[in-house]
Each structure stands twice: as structure tokens, then as C-alpha cells.
Write a protein that binds this ligand. Sequence first.
Ligand code: HEC
Length: 119
Amino acid sequence: MKIISLFFTASLLVVILSSFLSCSKDKVPNYIDPNCIDTVSFNATVLPIMQQNCISCHGVGNSTGYVFSNHTNISNQSNAIIGAMQNQGFQLMPIGGPQLPDSTIQAIKCWIAQGKLNN
Ligand code: HEC
């Protein structure tokens, strides 16, 4: 009896602890601005997202046919970019997945909705 209750206490602790950990981990990166209230900065947000996730294969001189290196080419191809990030009408990117976090995709969507500012 004692061993069984010990086992249950231990597994309960693990469950509580892991749900707490995953919860606190999710909060910050998954912040989403559904109505695009905050103005998204091209230089502080959009460009770094592209640099971190896309430019290794879509930099100048690549063979994929898409270059996402500056405000002009990213703005002109924003339709393909958001389509690929969501796997809607375009192949899922980053190639092979996983899909980028919702908050990252939402930031790009807001930047487009706000007129693709060069800010
Ligand atoms: C590891 C390399 C790699 C990364 C990282 C990558 N791509 Fe690609 N991407 C490719 C390749 C290769 C192709 C061409 C695929 C093909 O023709 O089958 C491609 C094609 C595309 C296309 C055209 C897809 C279509 O259906 O016509 C778009 C749009 C695109 N990528 C956007 C992105 C975006 C946005 C990111 C970052 C979120 C990204 N890619 C990250 C390798 C990559």
C-alpha cells in the first residue's frame, strides 16, 4: 500500500510540474495580437524573422528562385511568403517544417495588413 501511494504521489507531482512548466513556457512566445493593434516594425520584427527562418535558402544568389533579403523583395512577395508559412496555396516553409509559431505568422500578417511599412 505504502509503495503504491508513493508511486501515485510521485506521478501526480510529475503531472503538476510538467503542466506548470509547459504553461509558463507557452505564454511569452505565443503572444498574439489578433486585431493587429500594435504596429509591426519591418526592421525590428519582419526582417529578423525572415533572416532567422528563410534567408539561409532564400538569400541573394540562391537557386530556389525566391530572395527575401530586403524590404522591396519581401513586400513584393508577401503573398507567397504568408502562403508558404501557412501552407496555403504554397509548399510549407521552412521547407520540411515544422510550421513557424502562430505568433510569428501573425506578426507577418499584421505587417501586411498595416500596409507593409518600411519602418
Ligand atoms: C532549408 C532551406 C529552406 C528554408 C529554410 C526555406 N525555404 Fe522556401 N524553399 C526552399 C526550396 C528548396 C524551395 C523550392 C521548392 C521546390 O521547388 O520544390 C523553396 C520554395 C519556396 C517558395 C515557393 C513555394 C511554392 O509552393 O511555389 C516560397 C514562397 C518559399 N520557399 C518561402 C519561404 C519562406 C517564407 C521561408 C521562411 C519561413 C522559407 N521559404 C524557408 C528552401 C527553403
